[in-house]
Design a protein. Structure first.
Length: 150
């Protein structure tokens, strides 16, 4: 079932959606790492080939940035107020140039706010996958969502 994009009342545990895809470009991946995460296995082909990764891999931060642009391309639900943080962030496989990334979202829990009746918290399992549906990264996003009617 496609995830309903709307308000707290519209979201149901079990709703899911897949968003994507984004083709990882080597130049973009390396340029990002040069500025933000300059480990040799992110920026230097020779060093990367000698590393445990056997070649260039994307920075985890780059991968999260790709996820973010995919979410914005889909459109952010109107009720989203803020992310309260991520739980259980795991890098499951290296991301390399040429990979096509998509984002799979699944609502795993929701609850009304105990202190503010105009909102609730929705927990969303977020998984980045490659073109073969193999998971690359996963985490749980705790999202503050407004209600249509408090």
């Amino acid at each position: 079932m496609d995830m309903v994009y709307g308000w707290f009342e519209d979201m149901t545990v079990g709703d899911a959606d897949t968003i994507g895809e984004y083709l990882v470009d080597e130049t973009e991946m390396v340029d990002f790492a040069r500025k933000w995460d300059p480990f040799p296995f992110h920026i230097d082909r020779a060093e990367a080939e000698r590393s445990i990764h056997g070649g260039l891999i994307a920075s985890g931060e780059y991968t999260m940035a790709v996820k973010q642009i995919l979410l914005h391309r889909k459109g952010i639900p109107p009720g989203v107020m803020a992310s309260l943080g991520y739980d259980e962030l795991r890098y499951l496989a290296p991301v390399r140039a040429g990979v096509r990334i998509s984002v799979h979202l699944e609502i795993i829990e929701k609850r009304e706010s105990r202190s503010k009746p105009d909102r609730g918290i929705v927990r969303v399992r977020t998984t980045l996958e490659n073109q073969d549906k193999a998971p690359l990264l996963t985490y749980i996003d705790n999202v503050l969502i407004a209600k249509k009617t408090p």
